[in-house]
Ligand binder design. Structure first.
Ligand code: DAK
Length: 257
């Protein structure tokens, strides 16, 4: 049983993971990250789970790495750090992942939100990379994902000043796709999750892979991957079902084959 998060299997192919260290604004300890990586690995292996929603609480999604733990830990061995392999496992999650963010998403918390495919934010959400204030810099992808998402100037501003941006700014910058009232964030994320979970699993997986590829490759390679993925899907039963359902004016029943 995880101690620092709650995992709920909801109907309709959706799983909800809630970070639960409210006393420390969901700061990411080694143990919490390991539990999260494990929870995602279980969701990955479960054929009935198509989409995962990840959330925190009203005050914080996550306020970054746990600074009490970091004070005791030698950062020079980052490559052998157990947190590194948890981050890598989180990165490899291949089903759609939606972050529902209220309050602080700082440092590793902002980087965790950026591991999600879609971010829905409450009006009071704040995104920032304050590591520079601690004499360090982002270590879980912030310097790479942030500029690819919000552009160079804002990414530089956030990382070099350590100042956070609010939800509206994050929306304008493309870091989040929707802003809602704080109390509706999880509900909206679950609504999207249920919508996505009804689609063909293989198409979801390959579409996610192709879209992520767009963030880190040249156009020609990305288009090659897209063509390849499209060809794979063209041979699936779910494609036949999708087209048949359209013609028969009924909802498609996808099987994942
Ligand atoms: N760690 C531990 N405890 C934290 C915390 C954190 N990051 N953030 C908050 N808390 C705790 C506070 O200590 C306080 O606990 P008590 O003192 O009451 O026991 C409680 O949560 C409530 O916080 P505050 O009293 O400070 O609440 P405020 O509303 O006044 O302020 C705040 C909220 C979010 C502005 C403030 O708490 C704050 O500035 N927190 C620190 C933000 C931060 O600097 N985050 C860490 C960035 S460094 C790695 C990959 C990634 C990373 C590291 C390694 N590898 C792959 C190895 C990432 C590094 C980072 O994220």
């Amino acid at each position: 049983m995880p101690q620092h998060l709650a995992v709920e299997t909801l109907g309709g192919g959706v799983r909800l993971i809630t970070l639960q260290r409210p006393q420390a604004l969901n700061a990411l300890t080694t143990a919490l990250l390991a539990e999260l990586a494990q929870a995602l690995a279980e969701a990955e292996a479960d054929p009935h789970t198509q989409v995962v929603v990840l959330t925190g609480n009203r005050k914080a999604f996550a306020a970054g790495a746990d600074l009490k733990e970091m004070a005791e830990r030698d950062l020079t061995g980052i490559l052998n750090d157990p947190r590194q392999s948890s981050w890598e496992q989180i990165r490899r999650f291949s089903k759609p992942l939606i972050a529902a963010v209220n309050g602080f998403a700082l440092g590793g918390g902002c980087e965790l939100a950026m591991h999600a495919d879609i971010i829905i934010a409450g009006e009071d959400a704040r995104f920032g990379q304050p590591e520079i204030n601690l004499g360090i810099m982002p270590g879980a992808g912030g310097t790479q994902r942030l500029p690819r998402t919000v552009g160079k100037s804002l990414a530089m501003q956030m990382v070099l000043t350590g100042e956070a941006i609010d939800a509206r700014h994050a929306l304008r910058a493309g870091l989040v796709s929707e802003v809602t009232q704080p109390e509706l964030v999880v509900e909206r994320a679950l609504q999207l999750a249920r919508l996505i979970a009804g689609k063909a699993p293989l198409a979801l997986r390959l579409a996610k892979e192709a879209l992520l590829k767009a963030m880190d490759t040249d156009l020609a390679s990305g288009l090659r991957l897209e063509r390849h993925a499209f060809t794979v899907l063209a041979g699936t039963r779910d494609r036949e079902e999708g087209i048949a359902a359209f013609q028969e004016k009924r909802p498609a029943q996808f099987s994942g084959h």
